[in-house]
Design a protein around this ligand. Structure first.
Ligand code: UD1
Length: 419
């Protein structure tokens, strides 16, 4: 298993390119199942999760070709409608093939994802929503077995809580349902609007994606299209924290201010400036100092849970205290004990972590537990005195492309140790 070694204390100065959003790319890939024609996707990131989705689609019979950052997907000869446990267990987003498969083929068998490191993360909203659209669903031997032999029928679906994945699965399913579907209390994440844009290019009729009410008028069939994936706001936010934690000055090329506005507004009182530039965003401290600020994660447009671990790393060396509250996932504080091994002062009470800033972190050997937790340890390592070794880097590779190259290009002392 690869490890990453960082010698901390170097300011990051330079430019970091931001790739296409993993969490949009995965869903748009699943959308290729909705048509027999070819979908062409540009600005695709090169990530382990994207390879996993490609392999799942390949098992279903979808043909795909990658050339640089362009992927073409053709689901003409779909030979299977089963997403097996082996893949779903590895990547929860696999469950996003459920809606498209039932909508186009009238059947799907998708493994239940089971537990994961950041909580129980059920898929009940996906299942109940599909039932509302007329699918018959049974749970059998750890699989979701969905059938709709006469096709899906539009309905009004009111989500009791905001779910990104359930909104996307049902939006995709509804594109081929008979009549109109209304999704109420839908998630508003930009990746949902991006998926809707792609679906509309494929001939779907969708209104209101990006708001909490999405209206979909079903059509008999979708067709091929070409779509460019939007920039990754979590990658953008992560490198913004990297600039801030090292007292650096970094331009995030292709980063979009609008996509990270909640983070920029949180960082402002902390003493970090995020300003739009012609090519993206520039991030640096205002006057060298970093001040503790309170943060609460919320669905978009609030502060993203996927940046919670990173801002906690930043707050470990801020002046004063920061109360960080996680409202989306239970058990998303696995980075806390690892940050504490590096000298951070953190107390967890339920869903909140009180971080009291320390003068400096000290490098240590630490363990990555999930994607965002692991990158928070890299950030801590950039600011720490001495060497930090992050184990289980495969978590990082799921969502960050060439993280060590991008940081090294700005002056970080960082290397991957193969093994
Ligand atoms: C997506 C993102 C993930 C991000 C999360 C929240 C992808 C591949 N992943 O995950 O990076 O952290 O949004 O922004 O895009 N829930 C239920 N029942 C369900 C579905 C969800 O109770 O059927 C709960 C979850 O346990 C969680 C909350 O709803 O507490 C939000 O989860 P959701 O928005 O669905 O997250 P994902 O789509 O899995």
């Amino acid at each position: 298993m690869d490890r990453i070694r960082i010698r901390g204390g170097r300011r990051l100065v330079g430019r970091i390119p931001i790739g296409g959003a993993k969490n949009a790319a995965l869903k748009v890939m699943a959308a290729s199942l909705l048509t027999e024609e070819t979908l062409v996707l540009d600005n695709m990131p090169h990530l382990a999760d994207i390879a996993t989705m490609r392999s799942l689609l390949g098992q279903l019979g979808v043909e795909s070709v990658i050339q640089k950052r362009t992927m073409t997907l053709t689901a003409r000869d779909v030979t299977s409608t089963t997403a097996p446990y082996d893949i779903v267990r590895k990547m929860r987003a696999s469950v996003l093939v459920l809606g498209p498969l039932v909508a186009r083929f009238g059947r799907a068998r998708v493994s239940l994802p089971g537990g994961c490191a950041i909580g129980t993360r059920p898929v009940d909203l996906h299942i109940k929503g599909l039932e509302r659209l007329g699918a018959e669903i049974t749970l059998d031997a750890g699989y979701i077995d969905a059938k709709a032999p006469r096709g899906l029928v539009g309905a009004e679906i009111v989500f009791p809580i905001v779910s990104v994945g359930a909104t996307e699965n049902l939006m995709m399913a509804a594109t081929l349902a008979k009549g109109e579907t209304l999704l109420v209390n839908a998630a508003r994440e930009p990746e949902i609007a991006d998926l809707a844009k792609c679906l509309v290019a494929m001939g779907a009729r969708i209104d209101g994606a990006g708001t909490d009410k999405i209206r979909i008028e079903g059509v008999p069939a979708l067709h091929g299209a070409r779509h460019t994936i939007l920039p990754d706001r979590i990658e953008t936010g992560t490198y913004a924290m990297a600039a801030a934690i090292t007292d650096g000055d970094v331009e995030l090329v292709n980063g979009s201010y609008d996509l990270v506005a909640a983070m920029a507004k949180t960082l402002e009182p902390a003493g970090v400036e995020v300003t739009p530039t012609a090519d993206g965003l520039r991030v640096r401290r205002r006057n060298g100092r970093l001040t503790g600020v309170d943060v609460m994660t919320e669905p978009f447009p609030g502060f993203p849970t996927d940046l919670q671990a990173q801002i906690m790393a930043l707050m470990t060396i801020a002046e004063g205290a920061a109360m960080i509250t996680e409202t989306i996932f239970e058990n998303r504080f696995m980075h806390v004990p690892e940050l504490m091994r590096m000298g951070a002062n953190i107390n967890v009470h339920g869903a909140s972590a009180m971080v009291r800033g320390v003068k400096r972190l000290i490098g240590a050997e630490v363990m990555a537990t999930d994607l965002r937790a692991s990158v928070s340890l890299v950030l801590a390592g950039l600011a720490a005195e001495g060497d930090t070794v992050v184990n289980r880097v495969y978590h990082l590779d799921r969502g960050y492309e060439r993280v060590e190259d991008k940081l090294a290009a700005c002056g970080a002392e960082i290397e991957r140790i193969k093994g």
